[in-house]
Design a protein around this ligand. Structure first.
Ligand code: HEM
Length: 416
């Protein structure tokens, strides 16, 4: 077989190729346009230099699935590179943060098994009445005709509250979960060594807080909350303090920063595609599919990263052992070869469930059912109240090439 010395796809300018700059993600339309150019030019592209070093970008649906489907070649391991486009910074003594999303088989398998029982269909049925009651109460408390921030008042409140329930976390302190999640993913802090130190100090405080809960629960009877599950399961009972912290960050970020952005995305869809949205609101039978479509269209995590463990080939490109490979879910979900009129929010889209927002394969999001439940209940309760949410100002986006969503969303609510 011929060896490929050069990348096959045409070399595009860095302004198109380099998607790692957080600043660029504030200009969302521009990012979507760049992904369109990249997809048209080929499925896999090499970015030879950037603030995070060289890396490959995988931009089509088919090839993102291929990378996800070869986990023994494309590794998630934290100690070879981890799961985001950013690398650890050992030069500033950044401690490792092992979490099971950033492990390969077989270690990953047994740790994932520990938390999976918290997300079964039976558990979802158990949670639904409480999720519905909290959502209904919150929507009923919103001011009509007065501007407020949807992100803070609705998206954060609902997802943070859900996480507090899953952890059986002290209710009055639940906003700490939001604070810790935002701190863990704060790209501005990551870029600035002083702020990064403060970031780590906050994460250690988080670990100390959880350690208290852990110690209480490990000596008590097992219960169905996530901390008790981790404290009693043989695969996780003896985690090191670093791994304990890593898995907390995983569950907190997983449960907070993602679903939150889909809930804010619901407002964007309503404002950008009002006819499509209103059709869904007029026909509750469309809501279930509409939830998948919303998660596709909004795509809360823009990417996951892998590192090649051996020399290999992907879409005709030669990838070398150690290369960083970034799978852009946002681009795969807008791939016109799979999703017609991909930029549009279309509640009856026949293949909405093929979206890759939850990833694919052995790491596919363990919390997917919970996310779908929360978003479905929100849409159903909005539908019942005929709630119309109108943007009152430009939303502020998250400064990050990883978490893809909204920091602020000024809205006015009324009833149609
Ligand atoms: C719309 C909401 C959500 C999205 C878009 C999302 C997205 C993702 C993605 C992309 C992955 C990695 C998949 C891969 O590498 O193939 C993942 C894994 C994970 N997610 Fe989610 N997630 C969401 C909600 C949640 C919730 C609510 C929780 C828990 C409370 C959660 C917990 C996790 C965990 C623990 C993993 C690691 C799974 C593993 O490595 O086996 N996620 N999620």
């Amino acid at each position: 077989m011929a060896t490929l010395a050069q990348p096959l796809a045409p070399q595009l300018p860095l302004e198109i190729l380099d998607l790692s700059k957080a600043q660029d993600w504030l200009e969302y339309r521009n990012i979507l346009e760049r992904f369109r150019i990249l997809r048209a030019a080929g499925p896999v592209h090499y970015c030879p230099e950037s603030g995070v070093g060289p890396y490959w970008s995988v931009v089509t649906h088919h090839h993102v699935m291929e990378v996800e489907g070869r986990p023994d070649v494309f590794s998630s391991r934290w100690d070879v590179g981890g799961i985001t486009i950013f690398d650890r910074k050992p030069e500033v003594d950044e401690p490792p943060l092992p979490m099971f999303i950033a492990m390969d088989r077989p270690e990953h398998t047994e740790k994932r098994r520990t938390v999976a029982p918290a997300f079964t269909p039976a558990e979802m049925l158990r949670h639904e009445p409480l999720v519905r009651r909290r959502t209904a109460e919150l929507l009923d408390s919103l001011p009509l005709g007065e501007p407020f921030d949807w992100v803070d008042r609705v998206s954060i409140e609902l997802t943070t509250g859900m996480l507090a329930i899953l952890f059986d976390f002290p209710w009055e302190d639940r906003r700490l979960l939001t604070f810790w999640s935002d701190t863990a993913t704060d790209v501005e802090a990551f870029e600035n060594p002083e702020r990064d130190k403060e970031r780590w100090a906050v994460l250690y405080e988080m670990a100390a807080y959880f350690m208290r809960l852990w110690n209480e629960r490990k000596d008590a009877e097992p219960r169905p909350d996530l901390i008790s599950m981790l404290a009693h399961a043989p695969a996780t009972r003896h985690m090191s303090p670093q791994e304990f912290m890593g898995n907390l960050v995983l569950l907190i970020v997983g449960g907070n920063d993602t679903t939150r952005n889909t809930m804010s995305g619901a407002v964007m869809a309503q404002n950008l595609w009002p006819d499509d949205w209103n059709r869904m609101m007029a026909d509750p039978a469309l809501i279930e599919n509409g939830v998948s479509e919303l998660i596709r269209w909004q795509t809360p995590l823009a990417h996951m990263r892998r590192t090649a463990l051996v020399d290999t080939e992907l879409a005709g490109q030669r990838i070398r052992a150690g290369d960083k490979v970034v799978m852009w879910y946002l681009s795969a979900n807008r791939d016109e070869a799979v999703f017609l009129e991909a930029d549009r929010f279309l509640p009856e889209r026949p293949n909405a469930r093929r979206h890759l927002s939850f990833g694919f394969g052995i790491h596919r999001c363990v919390g997917a059912r919970l996310a779908e439940l929360q978003v479905r209940v929100l849409l159903e309760e909005m539908q019942r109240r005929r709630l119309r949410v109108t943007l009152a100002d430009e939303p502020v986006r998250v400064y990050s090439p990883f978490v893809h969503g909204f920091r602020k969303m000024p809205v006015v609510v009324d009833r149609a």
